[in-house]
Design a protein around this ligand. Structure first.
Ligand SMILES: Cc1cc2nc3c(=O)[nH]c(=O)nc-3n(C[C@H](O)[C@H](O)[C@H](O)COP(=O)(O)OP(=O)(O)OC[C@H]3O[C@@H](n4cnc5c(N)ncnc54)[C@H](O)[C@@H]3O)c2cc1C
Length: 339
């Protein structure tokens, strides 16, 4: 069980700045995100797009904003738990016990939900039996490509991820690329490469086909795919990869006893506290009159929620407002020497 002053759910821009605010006032925090990377929507949906309305930053991309927020956290030692979805939040003896899908547990007086539009989850294969092979021989992302070396890999999808991995894995594996349409959505240059590798016999391409079944007991031995005319093909394969994009799901947050309206959590505008004491919601996921779903609003909400956490984390101390420009204590926390 990990003990912390505050647990932040979500490593999007709001979660990152909220972590900064907590550390600045001397509280510990840990950050959990379902994605395998930091940055939320900015990294997942628009890393290369320029943003023009971050105060005092005339222009920066989603990736640059994320990198700058991470840089701002550098003086602090913040533990990120990535690839972990928070599934359960329960009260126990005055503290919140928070559990993730991979079995991590936290005990904390303060939970800050910076969950955006919910957790990003891969869109999955429809056949039910796929679940039993998931994360063993059927995956929706690639963590370590060496696993596929010398094996047969069947890749499904028509976007950039499917095409990029088909090209990449064709260097070390036997690749089947299967897509339910004739047209691909990925970059033309990669598509040209796929077609070249298909002609050279390095990628076995099947278009207008979909997965019907996965066969095998402990591990996948073959798959059956079917085309629009009802013809089926059996392909021997060791691994299956599905790249159908991400869906956003409020998911488990809906079950934590919070006041939820249209996938957002109602909060007050003093502490950004929900109807549960010690649980706050900030950023895109929170709702109050006049709420703007903008990054700058999330920064303000996180700053206030962080101050509210102080009271529960340090019940015997009084929070003292200080400017970063003039506070010796804050400068010490930032590791800045001199006045
Ligand atoms: C195309 C596009 C362009 C945009 N342009 C602008 C712009 O120009 N200016 C602007 O201000 N805003 C813009 N926005 C909006 C902006 O991106 C959002 O307001 C911002 O990302 C909200 O940040 P957040 O940290 O609240 O949530 P998010 O960025 O959504 O991050 C939330 C994180 O929480 C995680 N999470 C959720 N539930 C769980 C759970 N149970 N367990 C673990 N992790 C969980 C998610 O995986 C996600 O990483 C744009 C949005 C889009 C889609």
């Amino acid at each position: 069980m990990i003990k912390t002053d505050a647990l932040i759910i979500g490593a999007g821009p709001t979660g990152l700045f909220t972590a900064h605010q907590l550390k600045l006032i001397g509280l510990d925090c840990e950050v959990v995100d379902n994605l395998d990377k930091i940055g939320g929507q900015c990294i997942e949906l628009y890393p290369d797009k320029p943003i023009y309305d971050i105060p005092a930053v005339p222009e920066c991309t989603g990736e640059e904003l994320t990198n700058n927020l991470i840089k701002q956290l550098k003086p602090f030692d913040i533990k990120f738990h990535l690839g972990e979805r928070v599934d359960e939040v329960k009260k126990d003896n005055g503290n919140w016990i928070v559990k993730t899908n991979n079995g991590k547990s936290f005990s904390t007086p303060n939970v800050i939900i910076a969950g955006g539009v919910g957790s990003f989850e891969p869109r999955k294969f429809p056949p039910k039996e796929c679940e039993k092979f998931e994360n063993k021989s059927l995956f929706y992302s690639v963590q370590d490509k060496k696993v596929f070396e010398g094996k047969t890999v069947s890749i499904f999808g028509g976007g950039d991820s499917a095409l990029d991995w088909a090209v990449e894995l064709s260097k070390i594996s036997k690749v089947n690329l299967i897509h339910r349409r004739d047209e691909f959505r990925g970059a033309q240059a990669t598509l040209n490469k796929v077609k070249e590798l298909n002609s050279a016999g390095k990628i076995n391409l099947s278009t207008k086909y979909q997965l019907v079944s996965v066969n095998g007991s402990n591990k996948i031995e073959s798959i059956d795919i079917k085309n629009d005319d009802g013809e089926t093909k059996n392909l021997k394969t060791d691994y299956v990869l599905g790249f159908f994009g991400l869906i956003m799901q409020l998911g488990p947050i809906a079950n934590w006893g919070l006041n939820i309206d249209k996938k957002t959590i109602e909060v007050d505008t003093e502490k950004f506290e929900t109807n549960q004491k010690g649980i706050y919601a900030v950023g895109d996921i929170c709702k109050y009159p006049g709420k703007l779903k903008l990054i700058l609003s999330g920064f303000h909400e996180g700053a206030l929620a962080a101050r509210a956490c102080f009271k529960l984390a340090r019940p015997n101390e009084k929070y003292r407002f200080e400017f970063t420009t003039s506070s010796k204590t804050i400068k010490d926390r930032l590791g800045i020497k001199g006045d």
